[in-house]
Write a protein that binds this ligand. Structure first.
Ligand code: NAP
Ligand code: ZN
Ligand code: ZN
Length: 347
């Protein structure tokens, strides 16, 4: 066992504070790496506050993890000591169900092991995330990280990146499509970068007028302030796809009204409360309301390689781990430009 320093919440709504726990011994197929940077996802906040229910405490959040390998098991082929490595939201799965066999481990039919607030495949041992000094992960769930990019800015690709890349690939969004990205935060800014990179016309749909200049800098062609009825009218019936990243409750009927015939709203944001949808919002124009959860291991590696090739990283603000609770408060106010990343040397 390896004694591991961390920041944890001991119960829902408790502030994160220093804690220590043991990581397992490195098994024959495991990779151990020192965590250098960990991104701060809005899901961390939802979960430490138990907004989705069923939270497991103590909780060490963090699933945008990058670092350097310190030890590998005897059978490990992909990694050697000194390599860069990364881990996203999944650390294991059954590997035998239909979804796992297709590389869709996030939809493991018997339940995947998520990086934290979850259990290992024994369904008993709690998993602890990346707000910690090191991690031990099976090599199949460890990602190769390019040394060409700024490592701190790569960390958010492990969740914000794959969560927006995956629906763009699945629905084959790109040239000739009008894509609306709703919510300019961690996921939203990556959605804009990817959608632009795949050749779509991209409109930022934001509740924050102050983010217009940034949206354009990120590559968005248009900006619509969602609280302005006049601006909303101009994009009614306009989009082929809307990638909805909003973390708080909002009116899906309004979003659906912005789609053209056969348009698809892909929800990646997970507001803590259910929402009401009128059948009429869907039937006129044969619209679809869909969802997408992170991405499987092969697609996550594909996304990381794509980012290395196209020089795509996250726009980040590096924080000291002591400031994590303040960072959560700022995230709630939409005051992130556009992802906090913890410098784990401050742990
Ligand atoms: P974030 O950085 O906090 O961004 C969320 C954005 O939503 C904000 O920047 C804001 O954008 C908008 N927003 C927030 N409150 C709002 C409100 N009351 N009304 C309208 N807009 C509001 O969060 P994130 O890390 O990108 O995560 C976004 C959501 O995706 C969270 O629910 C998270 O749990 C979820 N998530 C899902 C997956 C998945 O696999 N599906 C993966 C990761 C995260 P504007 O200021 O531009 O309006
Ligand atoms: Zn996340
Ligand atoms: Zn499975």
């Amino acid at each position: 066992m390896t004694a591991t320093k961390a920041y944890a919440a001991q119960q829902a709504h408790a502030p994160l504070a220093p804690w220590q726990f043991d990581r397992r011994e490195v098994g024959p197929h495991d990779v151990q790496f020192d965590i250098l940077f960990c991104g701060v996802c809005h899901s961390d906040l939802h979960q430490v506050r138990d907004e989705w229910g069923g939270a497991i405490f103590p909780m060490v959040p963090g699933h945008e993890i990058v670092g350097r390998v310190t030890k590998v098991g005897a059978h490990v082929k992909k990694f050697k000591v000194g390599d860069l490595a990364g881990t996203g939201c999944i650390v294991d799965s059954c590997r035998t169900c239909d979804n796992c066999k297709q590389g869709l481990e996030q939809f493991c039919l018997t339940g995947g092991s998520f990086t934290y607030n979850s259990t290992e495949q024994d369904k008993k041992t709690p998993t602890y995330g990346g707000y910690s000094s090191s991690i031990v992960v099976h090599e199949d769930f460890t990602l190769k990280i390019s040394d060409k990019l700024n490592l701190a800015a790569v960390a958010p690709l492990l969740c914000a990146g794959i969560t927006t890349y995956s629906p763009i690939r699945h629905w084959k969004m790109g040239k000739g499509h009008r894509i609306g990205v709703m919510g300019l935060g961690g996921l939203g800014h990556m959605a804009v970068k990817f959608a632009v990179s795949f050749g779509a016309e991209v409109t930022m749909l934001s509740s924050s007028a102050a983010k217009e200049a940034d949206a354009k800098k990120l590559g968005a062609h248009k900006f619509v302030l969602t609280s302005d009825a006049q601006q909303i009218k101009q994009v009614t019936g306009y989009f082929d796809f809307i990638i909805d990243t909003v973390s708080a409750p909002h009116d899906y009927n309004l979003t659906l009204s912005l789609l053209r015939t056969n348009g698809v709203q892909v929800c990646v944001g997970v507001p803590p409360t259910p929402t009401q949808i009128y059948g009429f919002s869907l039937i006129g124009g044969r619209k679809s309301l869909a969802g997408s959860l992170i991405g499987g291991l092969p697609e996550t590696q594909e996304m990381l390689d794509y980012c290395a090739e196209h020089n795509i990283v996250s726009d980040i603000e590096i924080i000291n781990i002591r400031d994590i609770n303040t960072a959560y408060e700022r995230m709630l106010k939409g005051d992130v430009r556009y992802r906090f990343v913890i410098d784990m040397a401050t742990l």
